[in-house]
Design a protein around this ligand. Structure first.
Ligand code: NAP
Length: 260
């Protein structure tokens, strides 16, 4: 039986955040759900000091509204600095942060913003563990929406080992509630771990599967952005997990069957 811990979740209402809250509550932990809708803004710092009172660990799964590199970098670095500052004052002992597999292989875009996020997180005073995740099953629908132009949706050609947000949430909760599960920054080992789904998928094929299951008549077209200096990386496997990654189901198709 694990000890009951007080854990704050930044981004508690998001795709992965809602599952993190759920998993922690199911484990009997005391959860502080932080998002702007509950009066806590990790970018401006509003409500943060009050929310972190008595908190032992913060799980950072917040994300800003824009995937644009500059906007996302500003969001993540401001949030990381504020969480460290307010967390140190409140006596927070460690933080667990979600990032993206392969982000350090990219030079631009959202992946570069995640590298900046990791850097600021790992250089702060509170020990941090980073869990790099593959693209979430839930993210496929978002990409279909972002790419929709009339009857066609243009989704990026991508090799990815899609993972359920719930599976990532479980791993984040394990890292937060068991301080022995992995080394943190400031200790001898590497604080960066990876988690992905059970098998590699082709994003375009999964988007077609999703649209079919949902009865969405949209035509899916796989594209590669000629203006993106990193475009080849998406198709050559830079987002795939390394040999030491945690791999866990369900597959995208199993997940789709259980949610639709
Ligand atoms: N999506 C993926 O496939 C994927 C894959 C790997 C890693 N990740 C990482 O996982 C994390 C979460 O992604 P997600 O897709 O779950 O995000 P999401 O669904 O967009 O949720 C974002 C969360 O952040 C909160 N938020 C936004 N601005 C905030 C602010 N200023 N202060 C406090 N909370 C704020 C939102 O709530 P309010 O709007 O109420 O504030 C919401 O709870 C990100 O770091 C992302 O890089 C995502």
């Amino acid at each position: 039986m694990q000890a009951r811990r007080k854990i704050a979740v930044a981004g508690a209402t998001g795709r992965v955040g809602r599952h993190v809250v759920d998993v922690l509550k199911a484990g009997g932990h005391d959860v502080v759900a932080m998002s702007r809708s509950s009066g806590v803004d990790v970018v401006t710092g509003d409500g943060l000091a009050e929310a972190l009172a008595g908190v032992e660990c913060v799980i950072d799964v917040a994300s800003g509204p824009s995937p644009d590199q500059e906007a996302a970098t500003e969001f993540f670095t401001a949030a990381a600095r504020n969480l460290h500052e307010a967390g140190e004052r409140a006596g927070v002992r460690r933080m667990v942060v979600v990032s993206m597999i392969g982000c350090d292989r990219f030079t631009a875009g959202y992946n570069a913003a995640k590298v900046a996020h990791e850097r600021v997180m790992l250089s702060g005073p509170i020990p941090v563990r980073v869990l790099r995740a593959a693209q979430f099953h839930e993210f496929v629908a978002q990409l279909v929406e972002w790419g929709r132009q009339g009857e066609v949706s243009y989704v990026p050609k991508m090799r990815t080992q899609l993972v359920a947000a719930r599976t990532v949430a479980q791993a984040l909760a394990d890292l937060a509630t068991d301080p022995e599960t992995a080394p943190a920054s400031g200790s001898a080992g590497t604080p960066i771990l990876e988690i992905a789904g059970p098998r590699e998928e082709n994003l375009v094929d999964m988007a077609i599967l999703l649209a079919g299951r949902r009865g969405d008549p949209v035509k899916i077209d796989g594209v590669s952005d000629p203006a993106d200096p990193d475009r080849e990386l998406y198709e050559t496997g830079a987002l795939l997990p390394g040999p030491d990654a945690i791999l866990a189901g369900p597959t995208f198709e199993e997940w789709l069957g259980s949610t639709s």
